[in-house]
Design a protein. Structure first.
Ligand SMILES: *Cc1c(COP(=O)(O)O)cnc(C)c1O
Length: 320
């Protein structure tokens, strides 16, 4: 299991690559939601999401073991993060994306210096391809969440939060494959075991909720939640034991609540947040996580949504 020493070590490894992100607060949003809420602003992170923390830790480690090439299977935030970090560290990256990947995402990966390789439409096709490419090219495959270096890197979000907001009582984190929340749990429960840590998942992608209920890793079918960073079908072999042991609770949010949270955050704090990035905030806004009077921190995990999609989601919600 990942431990606090690994998170501390990750912090010193990645500090020159990543931003230490601010905590954002809005009095007007606090009044509207009736909650003393703060946001850990990972949408302001380099490459637009926290994924660069784990990627920076894993790729730095691979480079110190002699790697000159890394591969990943993701057209989203993980793919962008791995391409960016590889380029910063002066090595090559090959990012395997689905044949129907959006041109904007492909362009972002290329702009960060990643080579694109198209493969299939499912992660079940892409992951083996990225692994075998790594083998063929004597490179290292970098997974998105189920890896000690990734978990430790994401844990640096937790270290920063407890230092930046020592009076925090309640932390809410979005859950996909569980790398982010496992890292945060590892850091926060070591430093401040008194702080409650709650996960938030879209009701349409409730694999971790189901797995916790059944006490074993449980997969769900394909999901179309707008929170595309949280569409993983099941928790990881390394992340699930951490979540099972340390998590204080998990809440589910509806699609409409995610959109409302995105809208409120934009209107009141002037921040642009992607759907996955708004899931923890939606849990607080809807009253499912955190009580009045508590000092609550929501992790805003990413901001990579283009303006037409952002506008489209808000408009579709208005006309419902
Ligand atoms: C990947 C991602 C998540 C989920 O992180 P996991 O480590 O897979 O649980 C949440 N939000 C955004 C924006 C992401 O890119």
């Amino acid at each position: 299991m990942a431990n606090i020493e690994e998170v501390e070590q990750a912090r010193s490894r990645i500090q020159n690559i990543i931003h230490k992100t601010p905590i954002v607060h809005s009095q007007s949003l606090q009044e509207k939601w009736g909650r003393r809420v703060f946001f850990k602003a990972e949408h302001l992170q380099k490459t637009g999401s926290f994924k660069i923390r784990g990627a920076a830790n894993a790729v730095t480690n691979a480079v110190s073991n002699g790697a000159t090439l890394v591969t990943a299977a993701s057209s989203g935030n993980h793919g962008q993060a791995v391409a960016y970090v590889a380029n910063e560290l002066g090595i090559s990256s090959v990012i395997v994306v689905p044949t129907d990947a959006s041109p904007a995402k492909v362009a972002a990966i290329k702009a960060y210096g990643g080579q694109i390789e198209y493969c299939g439409t499912t992660s079940a096709e892409r992951i083996p391809h990225a692994k075998s490419l790594a083998n063929q090219l004597s490179g290292v495959y970098i997974p998105p969440y189920d890896h000690r270096d990734i978990i430790a890197g994401q844990g640096t979000v937790g270290l920063e939060m407890v230092e930046q907001l020592p009076d925090a009582e309640f932390i809410v984190v979005p859950v996909g494959g569980g790398g982010l929340i496992s890292g945060i749990l590892t850091a926060v429960k070591a430093k401040r075991p008194d702080i409650l840590v709650i996960g938030a998942e879209p009701a349409l992608a409730n694999d971790t909720a189901l797995s916790l209920e059944r006490g074993e890793i449980t997969a769900i079918g394909p999901t179309e939640t707008i929170a595309d960073g949280l569409r993983t079908s099941q928790p990881g072999d390394l992340t699930f034991p951490i979540v099972s042991e340390l998590l204080d609770g998990l809440v589910l949010v509806e699609e409409q609540e995610i959109i409302e949270a995105m809208r409120d955050i934009a209107a009141r704090t002037k921040q642009l947040v992607e759907p996955s990035g708004a899931v923890a905030a939606a849990a607080i806004m809807s009253g499912k996580a955190g009580a009045p009077g508590q000092t609550i921190v929501a992790v805003i995990s990413g901001g990579n949504v283009d303006l037409p999609r952002f506008a489209g989601l808000l408009n579709a919600a208005e006309t419902k």
